[in-house]
Ligand binder design. Structure first.
Ligand SMILES: N[C@@H](CCC(=O)N[C@@H](CS)C(=O)NCC(=O)O)C(=O)O
Length: 202
């Protein structure tokens, strides 16, 4: 059985959803209940996945690890389709996630005032541009990779929820919105969200 260190609704929700899609039993560890989380992950970030005695960090790397280990239809095994799925996953994890990360950073670290307002506006404009590139990538089906869901769709769905916590308007195009809705309606995502909400922080 795996153990997943998570924070409710954080990027760890994508790892959690994929574990559900792979039918993997997972113990959930709310990061607030861990006394010395720094010893688990020196960067103090979720997700961390424990597999036996091994601790794995970095969401995208964890997802690739899981997809290699368990039979699935979430990503092609080789060739151009696999490369495209990894590219899309990185667009989500390495481009969109940090773009939203700026909102969290400014909210926690900047003093109220014009500079903060301008920063939020500029950060939101960058996020909009990335959502536009996502919109343009969705063509032959409701998902980024076509007719079946892939890790990029799941990661982006998790991030899409974060804009509501900040004084910004994020523009997500109709195709991306439809993709998000489909992921949110999946049993794996619903179960993961529910379990995270039910796991109490002490
Ligand atoms: N590159 C890391 C980033 C992880 C990350 O930013 N996690 C956030 C939650 S979405 C976190 O744990 N933040 C807590 C903190 O910064 O202290 C990954 O993709 O796993």
């Amino acid at each position: 059985m795996y153990s997943l260190y998570f924070s409710p609704g954080a990027c760890s929700l994508a790892t959690h959803t994929i574990l559900n899609m792979l039918n993997q039993k997972t113990e959930l560890i709310h990061v607030s209940n861990v006394k010395n989380f720094e010893a688990v992950n020196p960067s103090k970030m979720v997700p961390v996945l424990k597999d036996g005695d091994t601790y794995l960090t970095e969401g995208a790397a964890i997802i690739l690890y899981l997809l290699e280990k368990h039979e699935n239809n979430l990503m092609a095994k080789a060739g151009a389709s696999r490369q495209k799925a990894i590219e899309n996953m990185m667009l989500a994890n390495a481009t969109m996630h940090p773009a939203y990360g700026r909102l969290f950073f400014a909210s926690a670290n900047m003093e109220e005032g014009k500079a903060k307002d301008d920063f939020f506006k500029a950060a939101a404009e960058t996020i909009d541009k990335i959502w536009l590139s996502v919109e343009n990538k969705i063509s032959e089906g409701p998902f980024l990779g076509g007719h079946s869901v892939s890790p990029a769709d799941i990661l982006l769905t998790v991030y899409s929820d974060w804009g509501q916590y900040f004084p910004v308007d994020i523009n997500i195009g109709p195709k991306a919105q439809q993709m998000i809705k489909l992921v949110q309606q999946s049993e794996a995502f619903k179960l993961a969200s529910q379990k995270e909400a039910d796991t109490v922080a002490n």
